[in-house]
Design a protein around this ligand. Structure first.
Ligand code: ARG
Length: 475
């Protein structure tokens, strides 16, 4: 059903309708569109622009439509241009001409961005909930490996030995920040555009504050032109989603690498692995690879919205219709990826023995020698050089650091006496890193406990917002 056309003498060409038509993808805004129509109806009634009697009829029809949309009894048809026109067809079929009454004081320009904001808030809150679950899974896995040493890497080269629990736990902190980002985003995104009309506000006695409160928004728009053209909330959501995707991709890369035949540290459960159609022996980490690969489209979706917004002039332009699919696709993607990654992490076992044996190799204790000398008041530059000389000697003799003799140590630096052996152990090196956030198991335990506490707080905060949102949707 067309919402416009009176000033035209000819019907739009088929190609025009085909290109304009968005109901194929914007239909998922229907529940939010109906709920915002209830809010708009309330304000029209409050301002006596619709009689009490008519308002009751329209409200009933809207409520019926809400149920019919949910049960898929009411669906868009070929002739519908977008979600708004489809729903107005539904209302008119129930109410006759009265079905068009809600268009007073409202344009699709303020309507569509109200719907999309509600959709985005709803889904970003669900995303935050999923992230807190993932964070808990990571921290639980981390706590199982706190006392297991492993080589820590920089440049994928052995750097210093670490607690493997510390290594796993690091991923949780990235997602905790992402949840904080969603909370911050919520404060900026929760702005009601309703009442902005096509662009300039309304000559009717509407009450944007009233509709904002009715829809549970934190605040209402301050500039009606900005209200209909602002899509910062979409771009910001897509950035947060991209960053989450990037965090997931880094897990994907690590799991793939650590599960490789050469490493053989990670044993990904059968349930979260896939096979090969030709090589019967294969067990592939496809979930980890998809976590890595899917981040590409998330970044692509962000770029497409930023490019669409770039240079866009004055208030509403039809270009803005391109804001929806990237957001839908990015959210859908994460809702597929996160449960698979969560399951994969929860069921992965790491080879403790292998990691432990590997921990001191690659001269990963060389920093201990330098720190030992610093404690003996040797300036760090000199200490660094002496430790480097120890490594060079080992490389020449094809031995590990602890295999150097007392004489060899003291030939390199006089302060390197036999007590150097006390620090040349993996356990000792790890246990000595007791600065806050460091790799000493005592610290890692504190870190995990604090992170779990923070996650619990975030979970409660998000649950409260989600509860308020679903209550608003049902009201
Ligand atoms: N389907 C349109 C969109 O998504 C709705 C707004 C149409 N407004 C207009 N002035 N043509 O942006």
């Amino acid at each position: 059903m067309a919402l416009w056309g009176a000033r035209f003498t000819e019907q739009p060409a088929d190609a025009v309708f085909a290109l304009s038509r968005s109901v194929g993808f914007d239909w998922r805004l229907a529940p939010y569109d109906l709920r915002s129509s209830l809010a708009h109806l309330a304000v029209l009634e409050k301002s006596s622009l619709i009689s009490k009697e008519d308002s009751v009829k329209i409200r009933e029809a809207l409520k019926e439509l809400i149920d019919e949309v949910a049960s898929q009894k009411f669906l868009p048809i070929e002739e519908d241009e977008d979600v708004h026109s489809a729903l107005e067809r539904g209302l008119t079929s129930k109410l006759g001409l009265l079905g068009g009454a809600l268009r007073a004081g409202r344009s699709r320009n303020d309507q569509v961005t109200t719907d999309l904001r509600l959709f985005a808030i709803d889904h970003m809150l669900s995303l935050a909930t999923l992230l807190t679950e993932l964070t808990e899974i990571i921290l639980k896995k981390a706590s199982q490996y706190v006392d297991d040493p492993a080589p820590g890497f920089t440049h994928i080269q052995h750097a210093q030995p670490i607690s493997f629990g510390h290594e796993i736990a690091k991923h949780a902190h990235a997602f905790t920040r992402d949840v904080t980002r969603i909370n911050d985003w919520y404060q900026r995104a929760s702005v009601s555009p309703l009442g902005a009309g096509a662009l300039s506000g309304s000559s009717l006695p509407l009450d944007p504050e009233f509709t904002a409160t009715n829809l549970g928004f934190v605040k209402t728009f301050e500039n009606s032109i900005d209200a209909v053209s602002d899509r910062d909330y979409v771009a910001e959501a897509l950035f947060i989603i991209s960053l989450i995707g990037i965090h997931l991709s880094r897990i994907g890369e690590e799991w793939t690498l650590l599960g490789s035949t050469e490493f053989s540290w990670a044993k990904i459960a059968d349930q979260y692995s896939t096979g090969s159609s030709i090589m019967p022996q294969k067990k592939n980490p496809d979930m980890a690879e998809l976590a890595r690969g899917k981040s590409a489209r998330l970044i692509g979706n962000l770029m497409s919205v930023l490019a669409m917004l770039k240079g866009l002039p004055f208030a509403y332009n039809r270009d803005l219709q391109e804001d929806k699919e990237p957001l839908f696709d990015s959210l859908d993607t994460l809702f597929l990826v996160i449960p698979a990654v969560s399951g994969m992490i929860a069921t992965t076992e790491f080879d403790r023995e292998k990691m432990k044996l590997s921990a001191p190799t690659g001269f990963s204790l060389a920093t201990e020698i330098a720190d030992y000398l610093v404690r003996k008041n040797v300036p760090f530059s000199q200490a660094h050089e002496a430790a480097g000389a120890c490594v060079a000697m080992c490389e020449k003799l094809d031995i590990e650091l602890h295999q150097l003799s007392d004489e060899q140590f003291s030939s390199i630096h006089l302060s390197l006496d036999s007590s150097i052996r006390e620090v040349l152990t993996v356990q000792g090196a790890i246990a000595s890193r007791t600065t806050a956030g460091g790799t000493a198991p005592t610290e890692v335990k504190k870190q995990i406990a604090a992170a779990l506490k923070k996650t619990l707080l975030q979970r409660t905060e998000i649950a409260n917002k989600s509860k308020a949102f679903s209550e608003m949707m049902r009201s």
